[in-house]
Design a binder for this molecule. Structure first.
Ligand code: RB5
Length: 144
């Protein structure tokens, strides 16, 4: 697994924000696997959430960042893949906490919920926080 690889996907509601996030995380030194979709034609978020989640679960990417209109539907699909812990975040505090306490390996953002600058703050918080382990490890194991 590349420890600096992030897989990105979305549905049609989040193409522009996904492109901004791809550019941002690339500038931070992450290798980005942007698995689409590439057109704004209406599509089905479960397909894209599952595709990204499978890469993370298989160890092909350290993290996944997924987006749809609300971030909710695509998160639900990702969390159906064994080994995935994905949270929807609309604030940087939650993004930090899902890494520190929940060892989240995927982040979901609602492109119709947050603006671009806030979304990039959320991504930064998620990527820079570390899992605290200890008592949180027991709870993460309980999720699994
Ligand atoms: C698509 O219109 C919308 O339903 C989708 O982007 C997402 O918000 C679902 O959770």
């Amino acid at each position: 697994m590349s420890s600096k690889r992030i897989v990105l996907s979305s549905d049609h509601a989040a193409l522009a924000l996904r492109a901004k996030i791809a550019e941002h995380v690339t500038s931070l030194g992450w290798e980005v696997a942007d698995i689409g979709p590439t057109t704004s034609e209406s599509t089905h978020y479960p397909l894209h959430g599952a595709a990204a989640a499978k890469q993370v679960a298989a160890g092909e990417a350290r993290f996944g960042i997924i987006l749809c209109g609300t971030g909710q539907g695509i998160m639900m699909a990702a969390n159906k893949v064994k080994g995935i812990r994905c949270g929807v975040c609309s604030d940087a505090f939650s993004a930090r906490m899902i890494r520190q306490h929940n060892d989240a390996n995927m982040l979901s953002i609602g492109a119709r919920v947050v603006g671009e600058d806030l979304a990039l703050d959320i991504v930064d918080a998620f990527l820079t926080a570390e899992f605290e382990s200890g008592r949180h490890q027991t709870r993460v194991e309980m999720i699994e």
